[in-house]
Design a binder for this molecule. Structure first.
Ligand SMILES: O=c1ccn([C@@H]2O[C@H](COP(=O)(O)O)[C@@H](O)[C@H]2O)c(=O)[nH]1
Length: 478
C-alpha cells in the first residue's frame, strides 16, 4: 500500500473516531433522510486531524494546482484554507456570508486583482450549492474561480452540478471510498455499509439548488422535476398542461358569487386564491363545492390567510375554527415575521395526517410603503430553505428575491396598466412581472373579477401571461 493510501485510511479512521462521521437516520436539507451524516465542524478541536487533512490536501491535490489565491467556503473550510495558505505560502481570501452593513460592503476580503485565479476549499459537497455561492461572489469580483478541493464528495450530483457551472473538483474521499475503508478497518459492519450503498443508489441526485443558472430561464416542466414540495410539483404540472400561469384572486364576499365566477373562469386558471375570512356565508358545503370545481377545472386552491402568529396558534388557526383551512386549501400564505415556528406548525400538520400541503412565504409585498426590507426578504428566503418539503414558493415582487428553481414566485399587484389603487396597491403589467420581475404565477384580482366580462378578461390575462413566459424561456427577449 502506498503512503497516500495509508494516510487517507488513517484520516478516515480519525474522522470516524472523533464523530465527524455518524451513522443512523438524519434529515437533510433536501428533505430526504440519510443513514450517514458528516459533521466536519468538529475537526477544529483536533489539531492532529487538522494537520493531517491539510497535509493530504497539500501533497496529493494542491501541489499540482496553479492558483494565486485560496478561499475556504465559510465556515467549516475556513481553518483548513488558512492552514493550507500558510503551508503553500499562497494568499488567502475570505468570503463573507453576509455583506457588511457599513464601510466597503465587500463580500470578498483580502487583496486581489480581477483576472487572478482562486482555488476554493470545501469540507463536504452534496449538491455543490455552497461552493457555487462562493464561486458566484468570487466571479462577481472578476476572479477566476473554476476549481475546488473537497474533503468529501457525497456523490449526490455535486460534482456534475459544479461541472455544469465550469467548476472542476478534486476530493480526498468519495462517500463510497470512505465507507469501504471503514468496513475494512472494522469500524462499521457490512449491514451498515449496504444500507449506505442502497441509499446512494436509490436517492435521486441532490437537486441543483442555487446554481448560477437563472431559475426564470428554466421551463415549468424542468422545474417540476426539481420540486421537493408536492404542491409545487402539481402546480408546475397544471401550469404546463393548461398553458396557464394565471392565479385568480377571488376577493368576493358571497359563496354563490364565488362559485359562479369559478364556473366562468376556472378553465383558464392554474390557481385560485381565496380570502375565507371575507366570505359572509362561509360554510362546509361551500368548501365541498370549491373542491369539486378545483377537480373539474384542474386548479389548486391557495387560501391567502397570511398567518403571522406563534406556531401553536397557527396550528389551531390552520386546522380548527369555522374555516378548517387545512381540509380544503392545497396551500396557504404565511408571514416569516414570527420566525420558523409557523413553518414547523404546518409541516407537523402535514405529517399528522392532513397530507401534502404547501406554503407560500411572504418575502415582499406589493403595497406602497410596506416595511419589508431587502434584509428581511433575504432572511425569509434563508429561513424557508430549511423546509423544502412544505415550501411551495414565495409571494414576492422581484426576481432577485430567490433563485432556487424548486420554488414558485407568486406575484400579486398585476393589471394591464401600471397604476395604483386609492389604498396603496401598486400594479405592474403582465409583461413586466414575467419578463423583468421573475414572476412564475401571477395573481390578478379586481382586474378580472370586476370586469364586465370576467371570462373574456381571464382569457386575455392568461394568453398574455403565457406568451411572455414562452418569450422568457425561449430566450427571445429583445
Ligand atoms: O403583497 C401582496 C400580497 C397579497 N396580495 C393579495 O393579492 C390580491 C390582489 O388583488 P387585486 O385586486 O389584483 O389588487 C389581494 O387578494 C391581496 O390580498 C397583494 O395584493 N399583495
Amino acid at each position: 500500500m502506498n503512503n497516500e493510501q495509508q494516510r487517507i485510511e488513517e484520516l478516515a479512521v480519525n474522522l470516524f473516531n472523533i464523530n465527524a462521521v455518524k451513522f443512523g437516520e438524519f434529515d437533510t436539507k433536501s428533505g430526504i433522510k440519510t443513514p450517514v451524516y458528516f459533521d466536519l465542524r468538529v475537526i477544529v478541536s483536533y489539531p492532529d486531524v487538522m494537520e493531517l487533512i491539510s497535509d493530504l490536501i497539500y501533497e496529493f491535490a494542491f501541489k499540482e494546482m496553479d492558483c494565486v489565491h485560496i478561499c475556504g467556503v465559510p465556515y467549516t473550510a475556513l481553518p483548513i484554507a488558512t492552514l493550507l495558505s500558510v503551508r503553500a505560502k499562497k494568499s488567502m481570501l475570505m468570503r463573507r456570508k453576509e455583506a457588511k452593513a457599513y464601510g466597503t460592503k465587500k463580500m470578498i476580503e483580502g487583496h486581489y486583482e480581477a483576472g487572478q485565479s482562486c482555488l476554493i476549499i470545501e469540507d463536504v459537497i452534496t449538491s455543490g450549492s455552497s461552493v457555487l455561492e462562493t464561486v458566484k461572489d468570487l466571479r462577481k469580483e472578476g476572479l477566476k474561480a473554476d476549481r475546488a478541493l473537497i474533503i468529501l464528495d457525497r456523490e449526490q450530483g455535486g460534482r456534475e452540478n459544479l461541472a455544469k457551472n465550469d467548476v472542476q473538483i478534486k476530493s480526498l474521499f468519495t462517500m463510497s471510498k470512505l465507507i469501504e475503508i471503514l468496513v475494512q478497518k472494522e469500524k462499521i459492519d457490512n449491514t451498515m455499509a449496504n444500507k449506505v450503498k442502497k441509499y446512494l443508489l436509490e436517492t435521486p441526485a441532490a437537486v441543483k439548488i442555487d446554481s448560477l443558472e437563472d431559475r426564470t430561464l428554466l421551463t415549468y416542466e424542468q422545474r417540476s422535476e426539481l420540486s421537493t414540495n408536492t404542491v409545487a410539483k402539481r402546480l408546475f404540472h397544471i401550469m404546463s398542461a393548461k398553458k396557464s400561469n394565471l392565479c385568480l384572486s377571488i376577493d368576493l364576499t358571497s359563496t354563490i358569487k364565488i362559485l359562479d365566477m369559478i364556473e366562468k373562469v376556472g378553465e383558464h386558471i392554474c390557481l385560485l386564491k381565496t380570502h375565507a375570512d371575507i366570505i359572509e356565508d362561509f360554510n362546509t358545503d361551500f368548501t365541498v363545492s370549491l373542491k369539486n370545481l378545483a377537480k373539474k377545472f384542474n386548479f389548486l386552491i391557495l387560501e391567502d390567510r397570511k398567518f403571522a402568529d406563534i406556531g401553536n396558534t397557527v396550528a389551531l388557526q390552520y386546522s380548527k375554527g369555522i374555516h378548517k383551512i387545512a381540509e380544503w386549501a392545497d396551500c396557504v400564505t404565511v408571514h416569516s415575521l414570527p420566525g420558523e415556528g409557523i413553518l414547523k406548525a404546518i409541516n407537523n400538520s402535514c405529517d399528522n395526517g392532513i397530507g401534502s400541503r404547501g406554503v407560500f412565504l411572504l418575502a415582499e409585498m406589493s403595497s406602497e410603503g410596506n416595511l419589508i426590507t431587502t434584509e428581511y426578504t433575504a432572511q425569509t428566503v434563508k429561513m424557508a430553505s430549511k423546509y423544502p418539503n412544505v415550501l411551495t414558493g414565495f409571494v414576492c415582487q422581484t426576481k432577485e428575491s430567490f433563485n432556487d428553481p424548486r420554488y414558485i414566485q407568486l406575484t400579486p399587484g398585476v393589471q394591464f396598466e401600471c397604476s395604483k389603487d386609492e389604498l396603496g396597491q401598486v400594479y405592474n403589467t403582465p409583461e413586466k412581472v414575467i419578463l423583468e420581475k421573475g414572476a412564475d404565477v401571477v395573481v390578478v384580482g379586481r382586474g378580472i373579477v370586476t370586469a364586465k366580462n370576467p371570462e373574456a378578461q381571464a382569457v386575455l390575462y392568461k394568453n398574455v401571461l403565457w406568451s411572455n413566459y414562452l418569450r422568457r424561456v425561449s430566450g427571445k427577449i429583445e
